[in-house]
Design a protein around this ligand. Structure first.
Ligand code: ZN
Ligand code: ZN
Length: 116
């Protein structure tokens, strides 16, 4: 079968698959057995692409991880509704509050831990 040298494009005859040096330039050509006789210039060396550095994962090259969200002073604030005027307002941790609308003292149901 005929092969073509990958370096100098010289065609030369080889008995079959194997590695044969070019009679002209001496480059070793790897010949594969192929059913078709059409020319299929195989790449001499697959060089291309950058290899990732060892130890660096593929996920480490992306965007940096987002910073943790700041702690929100989002304490559960008790909210009550004034039984007199219906005004809803947030109260503190106190058992009784005064409604800002009608000045009614409203029992929040919160037991103040005042100690004994
Ligand atoms: Zn050659
Ligand atoms: Zn009120």
């Amino acid at each position: 079968m005929k092969v073509r040298c990958g370096s100098c494009r010289t065609e030369f005859d080889v008995p079959g698959a194997g590695r044969f040096p070019c009679p002209v330039c001496g480059s070793v050509n790897v010949v594969r057995e192929s059913p078709s006789s059409r020319e299929a210039p195989a790449p001499a060396a697959e060089v291309g692409g950058y290899q990732t550095a060892p130890g660096v994962g593929p996920s480490a090259v992306g965007a940096p991880p987002p910073p943790p969200p700041p702690p929100q002073p989002d304490l559960p604030m008790p909210k009550i509704e004034c039984p007199e005027c219906g005004f809803k307002f947030i109260v503190g941790m106190v058992p009784v509050v005064t409604c800002p609308m009608c000045s009614t003292e409203v029992d929040t149901g919160i037991e103040e831990d005042s100690g004994e």
